[in-house]
Design a protein around this ligand. Structure first.
Ligand code: F0G
Length: 527
């Protein structure tokens, strides 16, 4: 057996600490047993998040050195705009700008023909069009894009924009799954949320009952969406499809589903937006599993996915391979722009007030360069194959040790099924045993993962009818370009050890902050 060849080599390394279990136990007490508050510098493997945790490539570091920190229109601004045109809009000339910029070749003609253009219906106006009709906003991270979008939309809706004379104001957003900050931002802005994830997330794979493989468990439930739209005329302001679906265990969304969502949105005159944080991983799954896409390039698949959208938010900390960054953009002169006429100017005013002028939006110019290069590299076929294969092999190694994971594994993370893990141990969901597992994993092995279940999703505070929707999972999010098979094997062995002595893993109780919003970030606990 020859394993797959390695896909990259390390040029810069960092030594890992050698703290003992007793020392980590002491620190756990000091941080009130909150895993988010545990110092990363004392961990051996950190699977808390894939967000902002990528190791940058040599090309990104080279691009970073070519960046600058001019207050008005730094290089990173032009590179990012052009990278977005290349990657998300149809018919663009990939890699053109990075080649020119890395070679240091730029001139007046280049600005005039390439950079100052209108996107004519696309997501990225340039030059004076970006001044007259702004539709592209740089921000420090994804949640800032969400805050900006939902708060401005909400105030425009309050003034009557998008309202129907008979049915009143459209204050509901439908999604296949809201990430926690996305849902919280929309709720704070006054929106009601409706989550219609396709049923069957935790079904076995392939389904033992009907023998089918559902490779796209992140899909929007189109039938439920249609039913809701029928029953609530004029009430829905947006359909937001998250690709891949982080709420539904990192599961991908099929092209057919995105197309179906777009058709529904069009029928009801509602804009379709994407939460596009992991767009490249989603495109890879479409290429691999959806009929008719095996021979299409990732570039083509991405452009088709986005051709159905009126706009999108994206955190560049995931599939931007960057450590920081976010963007909000929408189609120039599209349905969203028309419905909320003038929204671009309002967004821009708020962006400048809160984050900085539009050429950097709270980012440093050099980080914009790193993100621009990252967007090209993340859509590389070999990169994506290696990335997804690593996550899949992590899941397979766990399954080979009888540890149940959600199957098939999604893009950026492996999810342990904690109902199965503690089966026969007489643990109730409100015992937060899965949190106890994450504490034990840090203490004994220096490995950090996050509970995504009854504690994180506030099971104890939800009405009974909503409780059934809450899964009981622990997420191991895999940072990009950081870990080798050695880290994965160590982690699998550690999980196996805890599985074998699962009866001894303590439950957890909340000692402080039970009612706080997004309490997993800051509540205190005790085993
Ligand atoms: N949308 C999705 C689907 C996300 O997964 C995240 C972040 C965001 C929006 C917000 O982006 O962090 O740049 O503000 N997810 C990270 C995670 C934090 O660990 O899953 P951000």
């Amino acid at each position: 057996f020859i394993p797959r060849p390695p896909a990259h080599a390390a040029l810069v390394v960092r030594s890992l600490p050698s703290a003992s279990a007793e020392e980590r136990q002491q620190i756990l007490e000091d941080v009130e047993y909150n895993v988010f508050a545990f110092p990363a510098g004392l961990l051996t493997c950190d699977f808390l998040s894939d967000s902002g945790t990528s190791a940058m490539t040599d090309v990104q570091w080279a691009a970073l050195m070519r960046g600058d920190e001019s207050y008005g229109r730094n290089w990173g601004y032009y590179c990012l705009l052009d990278a977005f045109r290349d990657i998300f809009e149809r018919g663009h000339n990939r890699h053109h700008i990075m080649e020119r910029v890395l070679a240091g070749k730029t001139d007046v003609e280049f600005y005039q023909t390439k950079l100052l253009v209108s996107s004519q219906g696309g997501f990225v106006n340039g030059g004076r069009y970006q001044l007259e009709r702004p539709n592209f906003f740089i921000l420090p991270q994804g949640r800032c894009a969400e805050t900006l979008l939902f708060s401005i939309m909400s105030s425009m809706i309050a003034e009557g924009y998008g309202s129907h004379p008979e049915h009143g104001k459209p204050t509901t957003i439908i999604s296949n799954g809201f990430f926690d900050t996305t849902g919280a931002n929309a709720a704070v802005a006054g929106f009601q949320l409706q989550t219609f994830t396709q049923p069957g997330l935790t079904d076995p794979f392939p389904s033992e009952l009907i023998g089918v493989k559902n490779n796209f468990k992140g899909n929007l439930d189109l039938a439920a969406t249609k039913l809701y739209l029928e029953g609530h005329p004029g009430k829905v302001s947006m359909i937001l499809v998250t690709i891949t679906n982080n709420w539904a265990a990192a599961q991908p969304v099929s092209m057919a589903n995105i197309r179906g969502a777009a058709a529904l949105a069009r029928d009801y005159s509602i804009p379709l937006f994407l939460d596009a944080c992991r767009f490249a991983e989603n495109a890879y799954f479409i290429q691999k599993y959806e009929d008719g896409y095996a021979d299409k390039s990732i570039a083509d698949i991405v452009q088709e996915m986005f051709s159905y959208a009126e706009g999108f938010t994206i955190s560049l900390k995931k599939d931007g391979l960057a450590n920081m960054g976010g963007v909000l953009c929408f189609r120039d002169q599209g349905m969203f722009a028309q419905r909320y006429e003038g929204i671009g100017m309002l967004l821009k005013e708020r962006q400048i007030l809160c984050y900085g002028n539009d050429s950097y939006g709270g980012m440093s110019g050099r980080d914009l360069m790193a993100a621009s290069a990252g967007l090209y590299q993340v859509t590389d076929q070999a990169y994506l194959c290696n990335r997804i294969t690593q996550v899949q092999s992590f899941a397979q190694k766990l399954q080979a040790n009888d540890i149940a994971v959600l199957s098939p594994p999604g893009g950026h993370a492996v999810y342990l099924d904690m109902d199965h893990f503690f089966f026969g141990c007489n643990r109730k969901l409100e015992d937060f045993a899965a949190v106890g597992f994450t504490l034990e994993l840090i203490k004994k092995y220096g490995i950090r993962a996050a509970e995504a279940g009854p504690f994180g999703w506030a099971y104890d505070l939800k009405p009974v009818e909503e409780r059934a929707k809450i899964p009981n999972l622990v997420r191991f999010a895999v940072p990009r370009h950081v870990y080798s098979d050695e880290h994965i094997d160590y982690t699998v062995a550690a999980i196996k050890d805890l599985y074998e002595r699962r009866h001894t893993v303590p439950n957890a109780v909340i000692t402080r902050g039970k009612h706080m919003k997004l309490r997993h970030f800051s509540a205190g606990l005790k085993p």
